[in-house]
Design a protein around this ligand. Structure first.
Ligand code: 4NP
Length: 145
């Protein structure tokens, strides 16, 4: 299973989803490959935001070696599933899809909600971590059936 997590900058939310899901999948020896990307290209090549690195480290997940990449249409064919953090990410990714097969790979990370962008609010990194971690545990159960 190859999964791509997508947000805007690829430095706050999607690196957490990427790191947490990879960590759980590795613990269970599932052989999954998780990656992440941003619909914006401002942070390409950078490591995650220091606040995301810190909150992940606190819960035993190391995301410091990740580097931001830009979401491009070429990535549709590299992954089985693509999860987006909010509605704008969804619109931006879907706009690049060339056919129904590519569109069908794209889903909101949360079924009925968005993952709020914590970039401008230090206090949001803990709740975002908790939301993302809870959903990653569900995804492991749903997608490993
Ligand atoms: P992310 O957060 O999409 O969760 O990585 C953001 C990071 C950077 C910016 C916006 C959102 N930015 O505008 O630079």
């Amino acid at each position: 299973m190859k999964i791509l997590m997508v947000c805007l900058g690829n430095i706050c939310r999607s690196p957490l989803a990427h790191g947490i899901l990879q960590h759980i999948a590795d613990t269970k020896n599932l052989g999954w490959e998780i990656d992440s990307a941003g619909t914006g290209d401002w942070h390409v090549g950078q490591c995650p935001d220091r606040r995301s690195i810190a909150v992940a480290k606190k819960y035993g997940v190391d995301i410091a070696n990740q580097r931001a990449q830009h979401f491009t249409a070429a990535l549709f064919d590299k992954y089985d599933r693509i999860f987006v953090m909010d509605r704008q990410n969804y619109a931006d990714v879907i706009r690049l899809a060339k056919n129904e097969e590519q569109r069908a790979k794209v889903s909101p990370f949360l079924d009925d909600d968005i993952v709020p962008d914590p970039y401008y609010d230090d206090a949001m990194f803990e709740p975002v971590y908790a939301m993302v971690e809870e959903r990653c545990q569900e995804l492991i159960l749903q997608l490993s059936k």
